[in-house]
Design a protein around this ligand. Structure first.
Ligand SMILES: Nc1ncnc2c1ncn2[C@@H]1O[C@H](COP(=O)(O)OP(=O)(O)OP(=O)(O)O)[C@@H](O)[C@H]1O
Ligand SMILES: [Mg+2]
Length: 460
């Protein structure tokens, strides 16, 4: 049970009692009538008690309540409010305390929201992030970092970086960032299972208001795709140089031979000039193919679509192809459904037909057969080029669309191939949002299937 009189009230009451006793003693000198004396003292006592209780209720109790509420604020409970209704200066103080609590509470909520937003951003960023203080203790690692280096948050947080991170490049980056007080960039490779990842690490020192180093932020970027692109670019340049070297060497060699005297012999002159002509044609073909590829690969490449009539397109392609087929005695058959039209870039579709049909003729023995079939399959146009030629092995099939890939280099070169034909076809199919596939096996012939969306304009 709560004591009736709390401590200050007890003190005031004792003072009050003493006052009544003193008043009694003073009055007893004036009158000896006990009834009057006791009546006066009783009235005085009750008046004083009422005054005391009034003061207590008006001032002491609200102050006590306010103090308890402030205690709650100190503990972090900003929802606590002073509910004691009272007017005057104390009421004003209570109202202000309530406003203060409300403001602090809103501020805290905002702070919490911002903290959550920041940690969501940090955790979902695509680069690894580590925060290290000036003593080398890790204060933060994000999810991407954990996905790169394994473990869990608690395996890093609060530990010295060199105790939990084995990577020497990371150590070097942290040390150099502290030492040189500027951003440091390094790169290293990291295995995630069997996957080799290329990581670029940037160590950025952070400073306090007195410009003293306070720690280092490490940012780790997965640059594997960039490295792959760089490797592909290097390979491409090497391949192009290699492809150019052969015809250029041969042209310059034969020209030199001619200049050294062979031009005076009519037969040699004709023979060498024919070679020079063939090699320059080859060079021209290669450059044209490279230009076609580079146009298709441009970032701002845009298809110029028109309504393509498949029959007339095939009629344009056949004269280009038939000569090669006739020379080898290959039977070239076409089976094109009537009146197929679709939206595409006509010149590019023509290129698909030329490249697939020339391959079919090139990689088919004499007296073989090559078929072209074009059919309307609802949303797609299906182009099917088949031959009964040498076929392609299972291992080679996934690679034939790579630039410069040739199953049999010597044979392909003899047919004048640059190894870019199918890479161009694949690009054209891709820019039309189509698909391409191959059914083939060594000695079984090959069937190339191309599906191009018709993209028909909705009829009004
Ligand atoms: N119909 C086919 N039958 C068998 N092999 C094929 C056929 N089509 C393509 N290939 C193989 O795929 C390789 C790549 O073909 P691609 O058309 O890209 O190059 P290419 O024919 O060698 O040269 P070009 O760029 O002049 O066409 C060829 O070298 C050949 O080995
Ligand atoms: Mg080809």
């Amino acid at each position: 049970m709560k004591p009736l009189f709390t401590k200050p009230l007890l003190v005031y009451h004792t003072g009050l009692f003493v006052l009544v006793v003193v008043t009694g003693l003073v009055i007893s000198q004036i009158t000896t009538e006990y009834i009057i004396l006791l009546s006066i003292l009783a009235v005085e006592y009750f008046m004083l008690i009422i005054m005391l209780l009034h003061i207590y209720d008006k001032f002491m109790k609200p102050i006590k309540k306010a103090s308890q509420t402030v205690d709650e604020f100190i503990k972090g409970n900003y929802r606590a409010r002073v509910h004691h209704s009272t007017g005057g200066i104390i009421g004003e103080l209570n109202d202000k305390l309530n406003v203060l609590a409300r403001n602090v509470s809103e501020f805290k909520i905002q702070e919490q929201v911002q903290e959550e937003q920041l940690s969501t951003v940090i955790d979902n960023t695509q680069s690894g992030l580590v925060l290290i203080d000036e003593k080398g203790y890790i204060h933060l690692v994000n999810r991407k970092f954990i996905s790169l280096f394994g473990g869990e948050y608690r395996n890093y947080h609060g530990y010295l970086y060199y105790d939990v991170l084995e990577n020497e490049t990371i150590h070097k980056t942290v040390q150099e960032a502290f030492l040189y007080e500027k951003n440091i960039t390094h790169s290293f490779t990291q295995f995630i299972g069997v996957d080799k990842k290329y990581i670029e690490i940037i160590g950025a020192p952070i400073f306090n208001e007195r410009n003293m180093p306070k720690g280092v932020v490490l940012l780790l970027y997965d640059i594997t795709h960039l490295k792959k692109l760089e490797l592909m670019r290097k390979d491409f340049v090497a391949n192009v140089s290699h492809e150019l070297k052969t015809p250029v060497t041969s042209i310059s060699g034969f020209a030199e031979t001619l200049l050294n005297g062979a031009m005076h012999d009519r037969d040699s002159l004709h023979h060498f000039l024919t070679i020079i002509h063939d090699e320059s044609t080859r060079l021209q073909d290669l450059l044209e193919d490279l230009l076609k590829l580079s146009r298709l690969e441009k970032d701002d490449f845009k298809l110029v679509k028109t309504t393509v009539d498949v029959n007339s397109l095939v009629d344009e392609v056949l004269p280009i192809i038939t000569q090669g087929a006739e020379q080898k005695g290959i039977a070239l058959r076409t089976d094109v459904e009537n009146e197929i039209t679709f939206e595409a870039e006509a010149q590019l579709v023509k290129q698909i037909l030329i490249n697939l049909l020339s391959n079919a003729i090139s990689y088919t023995a004499e007296t073989g057969a090559v078929n072209l079939k074009v059919s309307d399959e609802g949303e797609n146009v299906h182009i099917r080029v088949s031959d009964d030629g040498i076929g392609i092995s299972e291992e080679a099939v996934p690679r034939i669309f790579e630039r410069f890939y040739r199953v049999d280099k010597a044979r392909s070169r003899n047919t004048g191939g640059t190894g870019l034909g199918l890479a161009i076809v694949k690009h054209i199919v891709d820019v039309h949002d189509g698909t391409i596939s191959v059914d083939s096996g060594p000695g079984e012939g090959s069937v190339f299937h191309v599906y191009l969306p018709k993209n028909e304009k909705a009829s009004s």
